[in-house]
Design a protein around this ligand. Structure first.
Ligand code: SF4
Ligand code: SF4
Length: 170
């Protein structure tokens, strides 16, 4: 059974809101002077001069990982774009000179205006080809075009991955 709460009869003081305005001002002033005079316990930082360290599991800017020969690890299997709930990954598959894999992406594009940084693409990828562990957040842009990350941009943030396909993750 829920708890019954007494409701006071509204009187002139309650309807004027003055006691609650006073209580609010008291609380704001207390924090203002505590921060100004004691300078401790700040929850804000002087961004951009000061930056906080992101948690190791932070999901930031996407990147595409490289093979040992520097080529893209992605095999254009479309698992990431199928798993993506925001439908923001576009891939066009093409042929590759690498005889160990069937395909490679000719185009790999992410629309960051639609992305919700859920990490499903990273989890779905069987090749450790796409990651969100760049440690960077997206810088806001003025145009939709600047929010699109193409293959070259994603590869420029990438690095070598030596995980075995379908096997050990590194
Ligand atoms: S992080 Fe989520 S929304 Fe963004 S591209 Fe990956 S799967 Fe799609
Ligand atoms: S990034 Fe991974 S899941 Fe996406 S198409 Fe390439 S290999 Fe497949």
């Amino acid at each position: 059974m829920g708890k019954l709460v007494d409701r006071p009869e509204p009187d002139v003081m309650i309807q004027s809101y003055l006691p609650e305005v006073w209580n609010g001002m008291k609380r704001v002033s207390k924090h203002f002077f505590a921060n100004l005079l004691m300078k401790k316990g700040y929850v804000t930082i002087q961004y951009p001069e000061q930056k906080i360290d992101y948690a190791p599991r932070f999901r930031g800017n996407h990147r595409l990982m490289h093979r040992e020969d520097g080529t893209v690890r992605c095999v254009a299997c479309f698992l990431c774009s199928t798993a993506c709930p925001a439908d923001c990954i576009s891939i066009v598959a093409g042929e590759t000179d690498n005889r160990d894999v069937e395909k490679a992406p000719v185009k790999f594009e992410i629309d960051h205006l639609r992305c919700i940084f859920c990490g499903f693409c990273e989890e779905a990828c069987p090749c450790d080809a796409i990651r969100l562990d760049s440690g960077e957040h997206r810088v806001p842009a003025f145009t939709r075009k600047d929010e699109m990350s193409g293959k070259e941009d994603l590869l420029s943030r990438g690095g070598p991955s030596i995980s075995k396909q379908g096997g050990e993750f590194k």
